[in-house]
Design a protein around this ligand. Structure first.
Ligand SMILES: CCCCCC/C=C/CC(=O)SCCNC(=O)CCNC(=O)[C@H](O)C(C)(C)COP(=O)(O)OP(=O)(O)OC[C@H]1O[C@@H](n2cnc3c(N)ncnc32)[C@H](O)[C@@H]1OP(=O)(O)O
Length: 718
């Protein structure tokens, strides 16, 4: 709701009251309209201030209302009522003025902001455009180039930048509401003729066409198939080319296209999914709201390879004291140099003080004796990790959390090396660890709720989105990825090329196709794991070359590694590069010949594979594995899987994540296509739709937020 009061005798005050962010729900809009009428009708009131309760002006339209039938007064007439008011209206902006909140402020005649406030139009990230006059008023106020920047990127600006751009009239370090009241009194008798932004002419820079062409090119490059950014450009174009009323009509049309699109639904689902994962629960019933994290002040990182260095940087930047351990002097000094460089670049980019003095380097694992938490980040070698966990268990102080950055090994096997298995969890970072936002927090059957809560909170402090997942081979992300990679290899065996597969996946919205990613991360990594799993051996020849454990297997990746083709680092992989370390992937004629020989050797006949098959074969088995993961209780809900895929694996956010995508495609259709491919490839178990997927498909595709009701929870293990 919105609360009306009178202050200093002559100022009508409208306070938005809708915690936590004063979103413009139906009740708030109704409250604003009622309060405005009251302020305008009271003769003693000479001016009006609009502010938000609890130091937050307004977080915009209530996103939770988007799926439901619209009730209450619409936003557009509401902002017109404010702008047309005969008494000056001043917005007192504290905390945030975002989306519809900023549109509300732009309909006021004056804006006073607190110096810590942030302003912006984040709608594009929800698949929308500012639909309450934002695309028409902002260009009239601050010009076209700055408006295009803010509206197409969703970038939020500080109060100081907003002042510089001309969005706000005054910035104060003091109480912004008090300042707005004083200001409102001072302008009570002033004419409002020059204060209604909708009446301003929109500035027309001479190079207007070039500005819009460039803006369109820019959004096409960065949007990867998302439609909102380009539509935002079109709406701003209307502000320059049409009178205000016509521009508003155009804004409404374009808004409606976006609002009804699958992309907007996906992005809004994702908005809530990313927040939902912090309310974690485990298969055994431990929960975020009943588990207390332990205090962590000092942490250690064991192993300063690429991952360990990134984790060290992340910890130091988050303000933790860090002990960084590498056994050899030479590697330690190389790591120290690399970490210093990363910290310097980070400090420069973020405008924050350097965090060098937070880190102590040591060649001795004994240096971790007094830390509260250790993150082991050595090679994916179970024997080595076991030894380290035995050492840590003996050296660390009682109560210290022992974490591993393994990307898929058994957490419980490591826990069993320690005296306190309940204090062992996985903290699976994604490379580069100081950049990537995702953290999989992996709990084993013996991890205590307190240990999970501590790792989740550590992730948050490091600026990560942490997702709690159960212990299984590959956890959530890599377990599903295995199916995706497998199908990509099979497609090559059957006649596709890496370029074809990658193109289909990039058109879908992945920043890079599967083969380009494989070249980037290094083919040797998977090869080592497969060797350790006993999947690579000269014994597999002839008819057994393409079978493991009775199922189809493609040795293509292994064969490339045997040729020394590890990807970008060796200048050759699925593609060729101009030099080792080169970045630009070019098709490699050698590979085509190699694939032809391989097919001939194994009696495979290449066929034409169309776009639909590439997409379905790569995505549906991955999705099916996601359902299996839900069925097994490894992930608590589809949101967890979707957040992992969007933040860790480049799944296009405007498609919501694999589970949301499946719900949009239709679960019955996913089942039908999997069955179709399974008939053709009966030796591929990943194509067999799992029980939960079949069950959900059979109850006519329930909305994704209903899936949890159908998922049966496994029995408690804690
Ligand atoms: C038919 C409708 C026609 C409408 C026409 C006009 C269209 C207008 C378009 C809009 O205004 S769209 C909304 C634009 N605003 C945003 O996108 C803001 C989104 N929110 C944020 O960026 C952040 O939440 C925040 C406001 C910066 C606060 O961040 P913080 O890290 O402090 O907290 P969170 O955990 O993110 O959020 C707390 C809590 O609040 C919920 N929430 C936030 N914003 C909204 C919102 N606009 N509507 C509804 N709920 C919101 C969020 O989900 C969290 O809830 P939880 O239950 O605690 O997880």
């Amino acid at each position: 709701m919105a609360f009306y009061s009178r202050v200093s005798g002559s100022v009508g005050m409208i306070t938005l009251q809708n915690p936590p962010v004063n979103a413009l729900s139906a009740a708030v809009r109704q409250g604003i309209v009622d309060a405005m009428h009251r302020a305008l009708s009271e003769p003693e009131v000479k001016s009006v201030v609009i502010c938000g309760q609890n130091g937050k002006f307004c977080g915009g339209a209530d996103i939770g209302e988007f799926g439901a039938k619209m009730t209450g007064p619409p936003l557009v007439p509401m902002v017109h009522l404010i702008e047309a008011a005969s008494k000056p209206v001043v917005a007192a902006i504290e905390g945030i003025a975002l989306g519809g909140g900023l549109e509300l402020a732009l309909s006021c005649h004056y804006r006073i902001a607190h110096s810590k406030a942030r302003l912006g139009f984040p709608e594009v990230a929800l698949g929308l455009l500012p639909g309450a006059g934002g695309t028409q008023r902002l260009p009239r106020l601050i010009g076209v180039p700055a408006s295009l920047d803010l509206i197409t990127t969703g970038r939020q600006v500080t109060a100081a930048e907003a002042r510089q751009l001309g969005i706000v009239d005054e910035v104060t370090d003091l109480n912004a509401v008090d300042a707005a009241v004083k200001f409102a009194q001072s302008v009570a008798d002033k004419s409002l003729d020059a204060r209604r932004i909708s009446t301003y002419p929109c500035p027309r820079p001479p190079d207007l066409d070039t500005i819009f062409e460039r803006a369109m090119q820019q959004v096409r490059r960065s949007a990867r198939g998302a439609i909102a950014p380009g539509t935002c450009v079109q709406a701003v174009h209307a502000a320059v080319t049409l009178p205000y009323a016509k521009g508003m009509e155009r804004e409404r049309e374009l808004f409606s296209v976006l609002f009804n699109s699958g992309q907007a639904r996906a992005l809004q689902y994702y908005f809530f999914a990313q927040r939902a994962v912090s309310r974690w629960s485990t298969a055994s019933g431990a929960r975020w709201d009943t588990s207390k994290p332990r205090p962590v002040h000092k942490a250690a990182v064991i192993g300063l390879g690429t991952m360990g260095r990134g984790i060290t940087v992340s910890l130091a930047q988050a303000g933790f004291s860090v002990v960084a351990v590498e056994t050899q002097e030479k590697q330690l000094s190389e790591a120290k140099q690399a970490v210093s460089g990363m910290l310097e670049r980070g400090a420069k980019r973020r405008g924050v003080p350097l965090a060098h003095d937070k880190i102590k380097y040591s060649c001795s694992v004994q240096a971790v004796a007094d830390v509260d938490l250790v993150i082991e980040a050595v090679f994916e070698d179970m024997a080595l990790k076991k030894t380290i966990f035995q050492q840590l268990s003996a050296i660390c102080k009682p109560g210290a959390l022992l974490c591993t950055n393994t990307s898929g090994l058994d957490i419980d096997e490591l826990a069993s090396q320690t005296q306190s298995p309940e204090l062992v969890v996985g903290m699976h970072f994604f490379a580069p660890a100081h950049v990537m936002q995702l953290l999989e927090v992996v709990y084993g059957p013996r991890s205590s709720p307190e240990a999970v809560a501590t790792a989740m909170q550590m992730g948050k402090k490091m600026g990560k989105v942490s997702v709690a997942v159960g212990n299984c081979r590959g956890f959530v992300g890599n377990r599903m990825l295995k199916l995706y990679l497998e199908q990509a290899f099979f497609l090559l065996e059957e006649g596709a090329t890496p370029e074809q597969v990658d193109q289909v996946l990039e058109e879908f919205g992945f920043p890079m196709g599967v083969f380009k990613v494989s070249d980037l991360s290094g083919l040797d990594i998977g090869w080592k794991v497969r060797k350790a799993d006993g999947l690579v051996s000269p014994a597999f020849t002839g008819t057994s070359a393409r079978i493991r454990g009775g199922s189809r297997y493609s040795p293509l990746g292994d064969l490339l590694c045997e040729q020394g083709r590890f990807g970008q680092k060796t200048g050759k992989g699925w593609y060729q590069y101009d030099k080792p370390g080169g970045r630009v992937a070019k098709p490699d004629p050698w590979l085509f010949g190699f694939l032809e020989d391989y097919r001939a050797q194994h009696g495979l006949v290449a066929r034409r594979i169309d776009h639909q098959e590439v997409l379905e074969r790569c995505l549906y088995p991955l999705i099916n594995e996601g359902f299996q993961i839900l069925q097994d209780g490894i992930a608590a809900g589809p949101e967890d899987i979707d957040v992992i895929y969007v933040l860790g694996y480049g799944w296009p956010r405007h498609r919501g994540g694999p589970m949301f995508y499946a719900s949009q495609v239709g679960l019955d259709k996913v089942v039908e296509r999997l069955e179709h491919y399974q008939q053709i490839h009966p030796d591929v178990p990943g194509l067999q739709p799992c029980r939960l997927l079949r069950k959900l498909a059979a109850i006519s595709n329930p909305a994704i937020h209903k899936w949890r009701e159908v998922i049966q929870k496994p029995r408690s293990q804690l």
